[in-house]
Structures are given as structure tokens and as C-alpha cells.
Design a protein around this ligand. Structure first.
Ligand SMILES: *Cc1c(COP(=O)(O)O)cnc(C)c1O
Length: 309
């Protein structure tokens, strides 16, 4: 595949910054943040990375349409809708039905980009990776290039191998990333050339085992990097929060000026701070956390809160 074709004409600006915080100084830990959230206002962070080679492949195979899956507040749906528009390709989003969310900000945004949305039940949604269901979708919508939920395939991983381009993993003792499917972490693991750097994934949902399996599968069962999953910071499951998490995110943003999302990056950073507090991350350690974006999801968070009030 010709890596020089730029399907998404977006310049990447994702610097590494150091977090200044008296807590970190006290503990003697240096914390750095890779600001992938700054890549783009709408196709931010790892979703841009994961779509890049998927869209390129769709174009190469002369598809005029992509189809993908997601929940009603999905960062992936928002990013795909926008990226497909920019790449001049039609997009269809198969959405896991949540009646109270049909007009939420994520889906409104996706519609505005021209994405065709199709709602299905939670039980049918479980068939999303099933070949016969996908054939049925082709009958309904015509031929398409399929991007799996979350961009979780080998093309998605390929894009994530580029996250550390221009930087050296060996400058950090630990590299951290939040995990939904584990595809982003797979790319970081795959591209890593530093023997001593420990790569830690923070699952944000309870199914740690499927994340582990996906990472091993995407790496063809050949992992040389030192890596592990830290599953103590799921907060009870996907999109679950509590007041400690909300308070942490608000105070982190107030102190550093860096916005976090409640689903992914907030949980990862809460975990990193907690591990530093407990000295599981020791004095003298240099930690790099990947800010994978996801800030559009915060609109959904306030939308649901408003609906409840
Ligand atoms: C989707 C998403 C993730 C999870 O990425 P995976 O590759 O599925 O593990 C992490 N952070 C943010 C902000 C996301 O939107």
C-alpha cells in the first residue's frame, strides 16, 4: 500500500507536553502527555489514526461507500462521518439502538456530515461481526467497505503504529493508553523498539480478556515489547463514572488546562495518579500518557445529564 497517499488532508500536530503539578513534583515522577487530541477538532486522536488506512484501502478498492458500527455516543461514529465526508466517500452508521439518544449531539453531528444512520436492536447489534448479517446489510445498502466497530482491524492498528513517529519510546519508562478494543495499544506495542519501556493499557470496560486477545491477535502472536493491562480503573464498566472520577477530571483540567473525556482518558489518568500515589509507579519514573482524544463524547455526557434533570 502506498503510504504517501493522503486521504485525510489534515496536518498532524500532536506534541508531547510535560504536566506541571505539585503532586508529581512531591512524588518525584515526571508525567508527559502526547496530545493526540489536538490532531483535529472532529477526527481526533486515535480515531483519525485508525481511519487513515481503512479509508485508504476503501479508496484503493474503488469503494464509493463505507459502513461501520457504533453506539449512540461513539467517538468512532462521529470521526468516521467527518472523515468520510473529507475523503469524498459515502458513509453508513449502524447504530446500537438507544431510544433516548436518537437526537444526541454525536448522532446529530454524524447526520450533518452526511452519514446515513440505521438503528438496530441491541440483540441484532451482537451479530455485527457475523458474515450472514453483513451480507444482509449489503442487500439493504449496496456494496461497501466495512470498517469494524471502533476501527478495530489491522488497518486501524497500522495507523496507530505511527503515534510515536518522531519520538523515542526509550525516552520513557512507562507508556500508557486507554483501551476499548485494544487496537490503539496494539499499534503502540507493535511499533515499539525500546526493550526497557513498559507499555500499560487501561481497559475502560469489564471484558479485559477480549482486549488481551485482540492485542495478541493483531500482533500475530509475536510480541517482543514489555506490556500489561491494568484493569483496576474501569469504574464498573463502559461509560460508568463516579463522583471521584468526575472530581479528578475537573481538577486535572483546572490545574493543567488539558481537557479529558469521561470514558477513556479520564479513567487512564485517574489510574496513573492513583498508581503514583500508591507508589506502584515509583520515584524517578518517566511516564508518557497518550491523550487519545474523545472530547466530543463530553457533549453526550452533558446531554444525558440534562435529560435526567
Ligand atoms: C475509542 C477510544 C479509545 C479506545 O481505542 P481502542 O483502540 O479501541 O482501544 C481510547 N481513547 C479514546 C479517546 C477513544 O475515543
Amino acid at each position: 500500500m502506498d503510504k504517501n497517499i493522503e486521504i485525510l488532508p489534515i496536518s498532524i500536530f500532536a506534541p508531547i507536553i510535560e504536566i506541571e503539578d505539585s503532586f508529581l513534583t512531591q512524588k518525584g515522577v515526571r508525567l508527559f502527555l502526547k496530545r493526540e487530541d489536538l490532531i483535529h477538532e472532529h477526527i481526533s486522536g486515535n480515531k483519525w489514526r485508525k481511519l487513515k488506512y481503512n479509508l485508504q484501502k476503501a479508496k484503493e478498492e474503488n469503494h464509493s461507500r463505507i459502513l461501520t458500527f457504533g453506539g449512540a455516543f461513539s467517538n468512532h461514529i462521529a470521526a468516521t462521518a467527518y472523515a468520510a465526508k473529507v475523503a469524498h466517500i459515502e458513509s453508513i452508521g449502524i447504530i446500537r439502538g438507544e431510544e433516548n439518544a436518537i437526537n444526541n449531539p454525536t448522532l446529530q453531528f454524524a447526520r450533518e456530515q452526511g452519514m446515513k444512520l440505521h438503528f438496530i436492536s441491541r440483540s441484532l447489534y451482537r451479530e455485527k461481526n457475523n458474515a450472514s448479517y453483513q451480507e444482509a446489510l449489503k442487500k439493504d445498502f449496496g456494496p461497501f467497505f466495512l470498517v469494524p466497530e471502533g476501527g478495530a482491524n489491522a488497518y486501524g492498528m497500522m495507523g496507530c503504529c505511527e503515534i510515536m513517529n518522531g519520538y523515542k519510546e526509550s525516552d520513557f519508562d512507562i507508556i500508557c493508553c486507554a483501551c476499548g478494543t485494544g487496537t490503539t495499544l496494539s499499534g503502540i506495542i507493535h511499533a515499539n523498539t525500546s526493550k526497557n519501556t513498559h507499555i500499560i493499557g487501561f481497559p475502560v470496560l469489564l471484558d479485559e480478556k477480549s482486549i488481551q486477545e485482540n492485542i495478541i491477535l493483531l500482533n500475530n502472536n509475536q510480541i517482543k515489547s514489555k506490556w500489561s493491562l491494568q484493569a483496576n480503573y474501569t469504574f464498573g464498566g463502559y461509560s460508568k463514572t463516579n463522583s471521584a472520577l468526575i472530581h479528578f477530571i475537573q481538577s486535572f483540567t483546572a490545574k493543567t488546562g488539558v481537557p479529558l473525556d469521561y470514558i477513556y482518558t479520564g479513567k487512564m489518568l485517574y489510574g496513573i495518579y492513583d498508581m503514583i500515589e500508591k507508589e506502584e509507579i515509583k520515584r524517578g519514573t518517566k511516564v508518557l500518557a497518550i491523550h487519545t482524544g474523545g472530547l466530543q463524547g463530553n457533549l453526550g455526557f452533558s446531554y444525558l445529564k440534562q435529560k435526567k434533570e
